[in-house]
Design a protein around this ligand. Sequence first.
Ligand code: PAF
Length: 281
Amino acid sequence: MKVIATIAALRTALTAERLKGRSIGLVPTMGYLHIGHMTLVRQSRAVCDVTVVSIFVNPTQFGPNEDLSTYPRDMAGDLAKLKAEGVNYVFTPEVAEIYRAGANTIVENPVLSRILIGKIRPGHFRGVSTVVTKLFNIVQPDHAFFGEKDYQQLTIIRRMVADLDMPIVITGVATVREADGVACSSRNAMLTPAHRKAAAILPRSLDLADAMVAQGQRSVAAIRNAVRTMLETEKQGDVEAVDIRDAQTLDPVAGKFRQPVVILLTVRFGKVRLIDQRVIG
Ligand code: PAF
């Protein structure tokens, strides 16, 4: 496994791989890797000849009062895990390598980046789209792998790749969960033990939505209200959003739904914001 911190050195290495006819898979991450990331890596290894993992805590996707400085980091641990998985290249740039002096071009979907989490975190998806575009241009992967937990992020990236004709196959990988159903996330490490326990209310609320749909419920309002009520029984969490949207476009849905919809939850425990999602219907 080669650990490379500069764009030039990574390009040289990957050009040589491409000349040998090898396909390239990219798993973009912000580090502090958990089993969810490893599932993305395994998918890439199954599909591509060469797997590149990027570890870059991207400052432009954090708002001024967000958790950039406290975002968990463990480069040594991450590299050991990636080596054990048989990853070929790890890209570990410094901020100045990615954002050179004077850089001010951005990539943004003006519609999808301003709804849902984009309303709660203005500028977040602009930072994500911009850095993912840069990583795509640096690595030029054939395939890229993203977790479905970040459902809006995945939708925005799929839209971006289609709209900007990027020749990359985007694969969404199902959320990996801990024993109590809580979605694996690097942010779980920032929860107090009490908040971590309380976080199980998110998957339990999604189970409730699933059960309602299984019993024939199709009313967006009925499911959303029941889920919100259940989330609010957990007094340690602040429910920021419960949304039900078209699963493909994230367009609003009202009344009774007929198409697949996704239910998206955002709940804050102290300063830590957790999200979860499930496609229902
Ligand atoms: O999902 C993440 O970890 C980040 O948003 C990503 C895609 C690596 C971009 O910084």
